[in-house]
Design a binder for this molecule. Sequence first.
Ligand code: ATP
Length: 281
Amino acid sequence: MTEPLLDIREIDVFYGPIQALRGISMSIAPGERVALVGANGAGKTTTLRTISGLLKPTKGQVLFDGEPIQGMKANKVVQRGVAHLPEGRELFSGLTVEENIRCGFWSQRRGGKSFREQRDRVMDHFPILRERAKQAAGTLSGGEQQMLGVARALMSDPRLLVVDELSLGLAPKIVAQLFDILGEINAQGTAVLIVEQFVHMALANTDRAYVLAKGEVALEGASSALLADPNLIATYLGEGAAASGPSSAAATPAAVSRSVRSRPASSSNGAKRAKAAARKR
Ligand code: ATP
């Protein structure tokens, strides 16, 4: 069996007295695409922040390439090969596209390429950003800003790209385009872990998925199998959706079962049809 690239073993994470993660275990194989889904407050962002060194577990281990990285400083985790695109992107809006890209390069992994070489390689995925190289990041459209966030993360030449809410504030058509770009990046060998409120899109674009509920892994399995089981998914996403109000409309049971009903037989068609369904909404 292939050694996992990322191996999370029974981690507990607290914010002061509040326990956010309870004995979470999950793994990602090299080059795999994995989704992490769950209701609001389930612990998805906390899991990503723990992987990238922004939070330290009180119990358990996070192994990357067989080495423990839990509690390691975030810049060291980047050097090991993990890049994190946080929710909300956190770009430097007054800096140009090119300057933001350069910010992602400072923590390049050892033995890496020159800045120009890496920039050119990354920009091949984002022709629009090439055209906008001298433009301030804050003047880009939302979709372009998200592309810039992904591009900046890729500048560290990661083996694992961790993406929190790719779709945040974006039109479904743009989200579909971003998922296509993540697919290209993954096809070149980078493993991808995504947290995504558009659950149907997350499942249609990944190999496996974990469902979190109240800080625990409630389910795991092939994304196609989870997509095929509306009751299972609705149970876990419905719980949080009910508690969190209309802002989480994309993850309500009705929305999820709509997307599951539209699931076709083949996975590549599945991705296309799920995208088409999302565009219509
Ligand atoms: P969402 O989809 O709403 O972003 P999530 O699944 O990403 O949710 P987390 O943000 O990881 O969930 O939150 C997990 C739990 O930890 C929640 O109960 C949340 O209220 C709590 N929490 C998150 N951040 C903090 C913080 N800075 N201080 C205290 N509690 C926090």
